[in-house]
Ligand binder design. Structure first.
Ligand code: DOR
Ligand code: ZN
Length: 349
């Protein structure tokens, strides 16, 4: 197969940041994606419906002319989140999910949740109204090995939470392990997971190949090869519970290339091309549309996009920039370490 036209994809997990960085990175997403779930971990975080609305307006103001893109807004869950405000945002059609960051788990998560019992009233309200909870699924206990934090989170936090609040609709974000895939597969309802492009392409060796390679460092950190293979099997299976969330997370190069570099991989420019590469390798190009464009809207109870994109396989590798310039500084683009042959063209009709 050398050409494929599919429903335009959505990105169910995206960091756009704010200000000059937002303006610099947004066009790379809006070129290929119709919608994206926008992560709320700004500084300060987006915790109220009113803040989500003004952030949405800033995103729309940064959108290049001619790009058709809808940001799907989320609220950052804190122990002070008001269930009434969450419900009002949902009823307005603005708030599409609430994000749970265990405090200390990742970038700008210090305002997140320390004691999950404190957010029970909000989670119960979300279960009642059908509003999804997006979860950063890692425990924060420093005694737990960083490569085990997802598996331990599932056992000690996620599964008890799902039993305590039946009907709560949960997306396990950026799942990185076989344990995560198996857990999601074992749930009959109200459970889904996003998978990033980079976790489909690299394993943990990439971070330490001949030296420390900060541009492959993200959270959850990439795991062993057996886990990458489990993610590939899930993504290409057609199973509705798995869909694309790139977790494209830009940081400027000085912040990545430092003694304590930030977590995050910027994949927006080549995410769809990488994805086509992975699905071709897995002989599953016929299931790319389900993963990138259909399963996500089905879980979020939204219609699939009307627009389409065409993927074309070309002999010469597609050129992507190594870095992009933003008003805040340069940001390195994910290097998949293999040539990419799939180009992406939005259909204009
Ligand atoms: O690698 C990551 N970067 N993981 C996260 O959970 C947050 C993100 C960011 O905001 O940079
Ligand atoms: Zn993220």
């Amino acid at each position: 197969m050398n050409q494929l036209t599919i429903t335009k994809p959505d990105d169910w997990h995206l960091h756009l940041r704010d200000g000059a960085m937002l303006a610099g990175v947004l066009p790379h997403t809006s070129a290929h994606f119709s919608r994206a779930i926008i992560m709320p971990n700004l500084v300060p975080p987006v915790v109220t419906t009113a803040q989500a609305e003004v952030y949405r307006q800033r995103i729309m103001a940064s959108l290049p002319k001619g790009h058709d893109f809808t940001p799907l807004m989320t609220l950052y869950l804190t122990e002070a989140t008001d269930a009434g405000d969450v419900e009002a945002g949902f009823r307005d059609g603005l708030v599409k999910a609430v994000k749970l960051y265990p405090a200390g788990a990742t970038t700008n998560s210090h305002a997140g949740v320390r004691d999950i019992d404190k957010v029970t009233p909000v989670l119960e309200r979300m279960a009642e109204i059908g509003l999804p909870l997006c979860v950063h699924g890692e425990v924060t206990n420093p005694e737990i090995d960083i490569f085990d934090r997802e598996a331990v989170f599932i056992e000690t936090v996620l599964d008890p939470l799902r039993r305590r609040i039946p009907g709560l609709r949960v997306v396990m974000e950026h799942v990185t392990t076989r344990n995560g895939v198996d857990y999601v597969r074992a749930q009959e309802r109200d459970m889904a997971a996003t998978i990033t492009v980079h976790h489909l392409m690299i394993n943990r060796n990439a971070i330490l190949a001949g030296g420390i390679r900060p541009h492959y460092y993200c959270l959850p950190v990439a795991k062993r090869e057996e886990h990458r293979l489990a993610l590939r099997a899930a993504a290409t299976s057609g199973d509705q519970r798995f869909f694309l969330g790139t977790d494209s997370a830009p940081h400027t190069d000085p912040l990545k290339e430092s003694a304590c570099g930030c977590a995050g991989i910027f994949t927006a420019p080549n995410a769809v091309s990488c994805l086509a590469h992975v699905f071709e390798e897995e002989d599953a190009l016929d299931r790319l549309e389900a993963f990138a464009s259909l399963n996500g809207p089905a879980f979020y109870r939204l219609p699939p996009n009307e627009g389409r994109i065409t993927l074309k396989r070309q002999d010469a590798p597609v050129a992507f920039p190594d870095k992009i310039d933003t008003g805040e500084g340069s940001v390195t683009v994910f290097d998949p370490m293999v040539p990419l042959h799939w180009s992406v063209t939005p259909d204009i009709s």
